[in-house]
Ligand binder design. Structure first.
Ligand code: NAP
Length: 277
Protein backbone atom coordinates (compact mmCIF):
# COMPACT_ATOMS: atom_id res chain seq x y z
CA UNK A 1 0.00 0.00 0.00
CA UNK A 2 1.37 3.46 -0.92
CA UNK A 3 0.70 6.08 1.69
CA UNK A 4 -0.22 9.58 0.44
CA UNK A 5 2.60 12.14 0.51
CA UNK A 6 2.48 14.75 3.24
CA UNK A 7 2.78 18.16 1.54
CA UNK A 8 5.29 20.54 3.07
CA UNK A 9 5.76 24.29 2.63
CA UNK A 10 7.97 26.86 4.35
CA UNK A 11 8.73 30.52 4.84
CA UNK A 12 12.39 31.27 4.24
CA UNK A 13 14.06 34.39 5.61
CA UNK A 14 16.94 35.59 7.74
CA UNK A 15 15.93 36.18 10.50
CA UNK A 16 12.56 34.42 10.46
CA UNK A 17 11.38 34.00 14.07
CA UNK A 18 9.05 37.05 13.78
CA UNK A 19 7.11 35.67 10.80
CA UNK A 20 3.38 35.14 11.22
CA UNK A 21 3.16 32.99 8.09
CA UNK A 22 3.49 29.64 9.96
CA UNK A 23 0.44 30.60 12.08
CA UNK A 24 -1.45 31.72 8.99
CA UNK A 25 -0.86 28.60 6.91
CA UNK A 26 -1.08 26.37 9.99
CA UNK A 27 -4.57 27.74 10.65
CA UNK A 28 -5.67 27.04 7.06
CA UNK A 29 -4.12 23.54 7.01
CA UNK A 30 -6.04 22.70 10.18
CA UNK A 31 -9.34 24.18 9.03
CA UNK A 32 -9.12 22.28 5.72
CA UNK A 33 -7.98 19.09 7.53
CA UNK A 34 -4.93 18.80 5.28
CA UNK A 35 -2.20 16.58 6.76
CA UNK A 36 0.60 18.99 5.73
CA UNK A 37 3.08 21.23 7.50
CA UNK A 38 4.31 24.81 7.01
CA UNK A 39 7.56 25.62 8.75
CA UNK A 40 9.86 28.64 9.30
CA UNK A 41 13.38 28.25 7.85
CA UNK A 42 16.28 30.54 8.73
CA UNK A 43 18.55 30.44 5.67
CA UNK A 44 21.69 32.51 5.05
CA UNK A 45 21.79 34.36 1.69
CA UNK A 46 24.77 32.27 0.50
CA UNK A 47 22.82 29.05 1.08
CA UNK A 48 19.55 30.11 -0.56
CA UNK A 49 20.06 28.52 -3.97
CA UNK A 50 21.24 25.17 -2.57
CA UNK A 51 18.29 25.07 -0.17
CA UNK A 52 15.72 25.98 -2.86
CA UNK A 53 17.14 23.41 -5.30
CA UNK A 54 16.87 20.66 -2.65
CA UNK A 55 13.43 21.34 -1.22
CA UNK A 56 11.42 19.67 -3.98
CA UNK A 57 13.28 16.40 -3.35
CA UNK A 58 12.39 16.69 0.36
CA UNK A 59 8.65 16.84 -0.28
CA UNK A 60 8.18 20.60 -0.32
CA UNK A 61 5.49 21.85 -2.69
CA UNK A 62 6.44 25.49 -2.27
CA UNK A 63 7.69 28.29 -0.08
CA UNK A 64 7.29 31.91 0.80
CA UNK A 65 10.44 34.00 0.74
CA UNK A 66 10.93 37.11 2.79
CA UNK A 67 13.66 39.60 3.69
CA UNK A 68 16.48 39.40 2.55
CA UNK A 69 15.75 36.80 -0.14
CA UNK A 70 12.96 38.32 -2.26
CA UNK A 71 15.13 39.61 -5.12
CA UNK A 72 17.59 36.71 -5.19
CA UNK A 73 14.76 34.15 -5.27
CA UNK A 74 13.49 35.80 -8.44
CA UNK A 75 16.92 35.35 -10.07
CA UNK A 76 17.15 31.70 -9.00
CA UNK A 77 13.67 30.78 -10.29
CA UNK A 78 13.28 28.98 -13.63
CA UNK A 79 9.94 30.63 -14.40
CA UNK A 80 8.58 33.97 -13.21
CA UNK A 81 5.03 35.37 -13.34
CA UNK A 82 4.42 38.75 -14.97
CA UNK A 83 3.52 40.40 -11.68
CA UNK A 84 6.72 39.16 -9.98
CA UNK A 85 8.74 40.47 -12.93
CA UNK A 86 7.00 43.84 -12.68
CA UNK A 87 7.58 44.10 -8.93
CA UNK A 88 11.16 42.83 -9.25
CA UNK A 89 10.88 40.45 -6.30
CA UNK A 90 9.29 37.13 -5.36
CA UNK A 91 7.38 36.25 -2.20
CA UNK A 92 5.83 32.92 -3.29
CA UNK A 93 7.63 29.97 -4.89
CA UNK A 94 6.01 26.88 -6.38
CA UNK A 95 8.10 23.74 -6.81
CA UNK A 96 6.83 22.17 -10.03
CA UNK A 97 6.60 18.41 -10.70
CA UNK A 98 9.78 18.46 -12.78
CA UNK A 99 11.71 20.17 -9.96
CA UNK A 100 11.67 23.59 -11.60
CA UNK A 101 10.90 26.67 -9.51
CA UNK A 102 8.11 29.10 -10.40
CA UNK A 103 8.31 32.52 -8.71
CA UNK A 104 5.29 34.71 -8.06
CA UNK A 105 4.62 37.86 -6.05
CA UNK A 106 1.28 38.08 -4.24
CA UNK A 107 1.99 41.20 -2.13
CA UNK A 108 0.18 43.54 -4.52
CA UNK A 109 -2.74 41.13 -4.74
CA UNK A 110 -2.91 41.02 -0.92
CA UNK A 111 -2.73 44.80 -0.69
CA UNK A 112 -5.64 45.35 -3.09
CA UNK A 113 -7.78 42.50 -1.72
CA UNK A 114 -7.37 43.90 1.78
CA UNK A 115 -8.69 47.31 0.72
CA UNK A 116 -11.52 45.81 -1.34
CA UNK A 117 -12.51 43.70 1.63
CA UNK A 118 -12.24 46.49 4.22
CA UNK A 119 -13.67 49.28 2.05
CA UNK A 120 -15.93 47.72 -0.61
CA UNK A 121 -16.93 51.14 -1.97
CA UNK A 122 -13.31 52.18 -2.67
CA UNK A 123 -12.92 53.36 -6.24
CA UNK A 124 -9.20 53.71 -7.08
CA UNK A 125 -9.93 55.63 -10.26
CA UNK A 126 -11.43 58.70 -8.55
CA UNK A 127 -8.14 60.48 -7.87
CA UNK A 128 -4.43 60.30 -7.06
CA UNK A 129 -2.89 57.99 -4.49
CA UNK A 130 -0.29 59.43 -2.15
CA UNK A 131 2.20 56.66 -1.33
CA UNK A 132 4.67 57.18 1.52
CA UNK A 133 7.85 55.11 1.24
CA UNK A 134 9.75 53.52 -1.62
CA UNK A 135 11.15 50.31 -0.14
CA UNK A 136 10.41 46.71 -1.13
CA UNK A 137 6.74 46.78 -0.12
CA UNK A 138 6.17 50.06 -1.98
CA UNK A 139 7.07 48.40 -5.29
CA UNK A 140 4.19 45.94 -4.91
CA UNK A 141 1.84 48.72 -3.77
CA UNK A 142 2.71 51.02 -6.68
CA UNK A 143 2.45 48.20 -9.26
CA UNK A 144 -0.94 47.08 -7.97
CA UNK A 145 -2.39 50.60 -7.63
CA UNK A 146 -1.45 51.33 -11.25
CA UNK A 147 -2.94 47.98 -12.26
CA UNK A 148 -6.34 48.80 -10.72
CA UNK A 149 -6.48 52.17 -12.47
CA UNK A 150 -5.22 54.84 -10.07
CA UNK A 151 -4.76 57.86 -12.35
CA UNK A 152 -1.63 59.21 -10.64
CA UNK A 153 0.70 58.23 -7.80
CA UNK A 154 2.35 60.95 -5.74
CA UNK A 155 5.30 59.08 -4.27
CA UNK A 156 7.38 60.38 -1.40
CA UNK A 157 10.35 58.81 0.34
CA UNK A 158 12.95 60.05 2.80
CA UNK A 159 15.67 58.91 0.40
CA UNK A 160 14.51 60.60 -2.79
CA UNK A 161 16.63 58.51 -5.15
CA UNK A 162 14.67 55.36 -4.21
CA UNK A 163 11.41 57.08 -5.15
CA UNK A 164 12.98 58.21 -8.42
CA UNK A 165 13.98 54.62 -9.16
CA UNK A 166 10.36 53.53 -8.77
CA UNK A 167 9.20 56.35 -11.03
CA UNK A 168 11.75 55.26 -13.64
CA UNK A 169 10.55 51.66 -13.36
CA UNK A 170 6.81 52.35 -13.32
CA UNK A 171 6.49 55.32 -15.64
CA UNK A 172 4.69 58.55 -16.21
CA UNK A 173 1.79 58.08 -13.79
CA UNK A 174 4.28 58.27 -10.87
CA UNK A 175 5.37 61.72 -9.65
CA UNK A 176 8.03 62.09 -6.97
CA UNK A 177 7.27 64.49 -4.12
CA UNK A 178 9.96 65.75 -1.72
CA UNK A 179 9.64 64.00 1.68
CA UNK A 180 9.57 67.28 3.61
CA UNK A 181 6.82 68.62 1.33
CA UNK A 182 4.48 65.66 1.33
CA UNK A 183 1.98 67.52 3.53
CA UNK A 184 1.36 69.87 0.58
CA UNK A 185 -0.14 67.07 -1.56
CA UNK A 186 -2.10 65.19 1.13
CA UNK A 187 -5.27 67.14 0.23
CA UNK A 188 -5.15 65.69 -3.32
CA UNK A 189 -5.18 62.08 -2.13
CA UNK A 190 -8.16 59.89 -2.93
CA UNK A 191 -6.08 57.10 -1.40
CA UNK A 192 -3.26 57.48 1.16
CA UNK A 193 -0.91 54.58 1.83
CA UNK A 194 1.91 54.28 4.36
CA UNK A 195 4.46 51.74 3.13
CA UNK A 196 7.27 52.96 5.41
CA UNK A 197 8.10 51.15 8.63
CA UNK A 198 7.35 54.34 10.57
CA UNK A 199 4.68 53.89 13.22
CA UNK A 200 5.64 50.27 13.82
CA UNK A 201 6.26 49.24 17.42
CA UNK A 202 9.88 50.14 18.23
CA UNK A 203 10.25 52.51 15.24
CA UNK A 204 9.79 56.31 15.18
CA UNK A 205 6.34 57.75 14.54
CA UNK A 206 5.26 58.82 11.05
CA UNK A 207 5.32 62.60 11.37
CA UNK A 208 3.36 63.70 8.33
CA UNK A 209 0.87 66.51 8.80
CA UNK A 210 -2.65 65.34 7.97
CA UNK A 211 -4.11 68.83 8.19
CA UNK A 212 -5.20 68.83 4.54
CA UNK A 213 -6.57 65.27 4.58
CA UNK A 214 -10.08 65.06 3.09
CA UNK A 215 -12.75 62.94 4.80
CA UNK A 216 -13.30 61.19 1.46
CA UNK A 217 -9.73 59.80 1.41
CA UNK A 218 -9.26 56.07 1.96
CA UNK A 219 -6.29 55.63 4.31
CA UNK A 220 -4.38 52.38 4.71
CA UNK A 221 -1.20 51.47 6.57
CA UNK A 222 1.00 48.46 5.81
CA UNK A 223 2.20 48.51 9.42
CA UNK A 224 0.05 46.15 11.52
CA UNK A 225 1.95 46.16 14.83
CA UNK A 226 0.15 47.99 16.34
CA UNK A 227 -3.03 47.34 14.39
CA UNK A 228 -4.31 50.85 15.11
CA UNK A 229 -1.33 52.98 14.09
CA UNK A 230 -1.26 56.70 14.84
CA UNK A 231 -1.91 57.27 11.10
CA UNK A 232 -5.03 55.11 11.18
CA UNK A 233 -6.25 56.82 14.36
CA UNK A 234 -5.61 60.33 13.00
CA UNK A 235 -7.36 59.47 9.73
CA UNK A 236 -10.38 58.11 11.60
CA UNK A 237 -10.52 61.33 13.63
CA UNK A 238 -10.75 63.18 10.28
CA UNK A 239 -13.71 61.01 9.27
CA UNK A 240 -11.76 58.92 6.74
CA UNK A 241 -12.42 55.30 5.96
CA UNK A 242 -9.39 53.25 7.06
CA UNK A 243 -8.03 49.77 6.43
CA UNK A 244 -5.36 48.26 8.70
CA UNK A 245 -2.35 46.31 7.43
CA UNK A 246 -3.04 42.86 8.86
CA UNK A 247 -5.42 41.90 6.06
CA UNK A 248 -2.68 42.41 3.46
CA UNK A 249 -0.58 39.77 5.19
CA UNK A 250 -3.54 37.38 5.31
CA UNK A 251 -4.70 37.92 1.72
CA UNK A 252 -1.19 37.64 0.20
CA UNK A 253 -1.07 34.06 1.53
CA UNK A 254 -4.22 32.92 -0.30
CA UNK A 255 -2.80 32.24 -3.81
CA UNK A 256 0.21 30.35 -2.45
CA UNK A 257 -1.88 28.11 -0.16
CA UNK A 258 -4.28 27.31 -3.00
CA UNK A 259 -1.43 26.50 -5.39
CA UNK A 260 0.41 24.27 -2.88
CA UNK A 261 -2.40 22.52 -1.04
CA UNK A 262 -5.52 22.72 -3.27
CA UNK A 263 -8.37 24.54 -1.50
CA UNK A 264 -8.70 28.32 -1.77
CA UNK A 265 -8.64 29.49 1.87
CA UNK A 266 -10.85 32.21 3.32
CA UNK A 267 -9.71 35.28 5.21
CA UNK A 268 -12.10 35.36 8.16
CA UNK A 269 -12.43 37.22 11.46
CA UNK A 270 -11.49 33.94 13.20
CA UNK A 271 -8.25 33.92 11.26
CA UNK A 272 -7.50 37.54 12.18
CA UNK A 273 -8.04 36.75 15.85
CA UNK A 274 -5.88 33.62 15.63
CA UNK A 275 -3.00 35.62 14.12
CA UNK A 276 -3.40 38.48 16.60
CA UNK A 277 -3.59 36.05 19.50
P1 NAP B 1 12.10 48.43 3.43
O1 NAP B 1 12.34 47.94 2.05
O2 NAP B 1 13.20 48.34 4.44
O3 NAP B 1 11.63 49.97 3.32
C1 NAP B 1 11.46 50.78 4.47
C2 NAP B 1 10.79 52.08 4.09
O4 NAP B 1 10.59 52.85 5.28
C3 NAP B 1 11.64 52.95 3.16
O5 NAP B 1 10.80 53.72 2.34
C4 NAP B 1 12.39 53.82 4.17
O6 NAP B 1 12.86 55.03 3.64
C5 NAP B 1 11.30 54.10 5.17
N1 NAP B 1 11.85 54.50 6.46
C6 NAP B 1 12.43 53.73 7.39
N2 NAP B 1 12.83 54.46 8.45
C7 NAP B 1 12.50 55.74 8.16
C8 NAP B 1 12.64 56.98 8.85
N3 NAP B 1 13.20 57.05 10.08
N4 NAP B 1 12.15 58.10 8.27
C9 NAP B 1 11.58 58.06 7.05
N5 NAP B 1 11.41 56.91 6.34
C10 NAP B 1 11.87 55.77 6.89
O7 NAP B 1 10.87 47.68 4.09
P2 NAP B 1 9.55 47.10 3.36
O8 NAP B 1 9.75 45.66 3.11
O9 NAP B 1 9.20 47.99 2.25
O10 NAP B 1 8.48 47.21 4.55
C11 NAP B 1 7.99 48.47 4.98
C12 NAP B 1 6.93 48.29 6.05
O11 NAP B 1 5.81 47.61 5.49
C13 NAP B 1 7.39 47.43 7.24
O12 NAP B 1 6.82 47.98 8.41
C14 NAP B 1 6.78 46.08 6.96
O13 NAP B 1 6.52 45.34 8.15
C15 NAP B 1 5.47 46.48 6.30
N6 NAP B 1 4.94 45.44 5.42
C16 NAP B 1 3.69 44.98 5.69
C17 NAP B 1 3.13 44.02 4.87
C18 NAP B 1 1.77 43.54 5.18
O14 NAP B 1 1.42 42.43 4.72
N7 NAP B 1 0.95 44.30 5.88
C19 NAP B 1 3.84 43.52 3.75
C20 NAP B 1 5.12 44.03 3.50
C21 NAP B 1 5.67 45.00 4.35
P3 NAP B 1 14.36 55.14 3.10
O15 NAP B 1 14.34 54.58 1.69
O16 NAP B 1 14.67 56.57 3.15
O17 NAP B 1 15.24 54.32 4.00
Amino acid sequence: MTLPKIPLAAVIGHPIAHSKSPQLHGHWLKSHEIPGYYVPMDVLPDDLETVLRTMHKMGYVGANVTIPHKERALEIADQVTDRATLIGAANTLIFLEDGKILADNTDGYGFIQNIRNGAPDWDPTTGPAVVLGAGGAARAVVASLLDVGVPEILLSNRTRVRAEQLRDDFGARVTVVEWVQVNTVIDQAATLVNTTSLGMTGKPELKVSLEGLQASTLVTDLVYTPLQTELIKAAQAKGCQTVDGLGMLLHQGVPGFERWFGPRPDVTEDLRQAILG
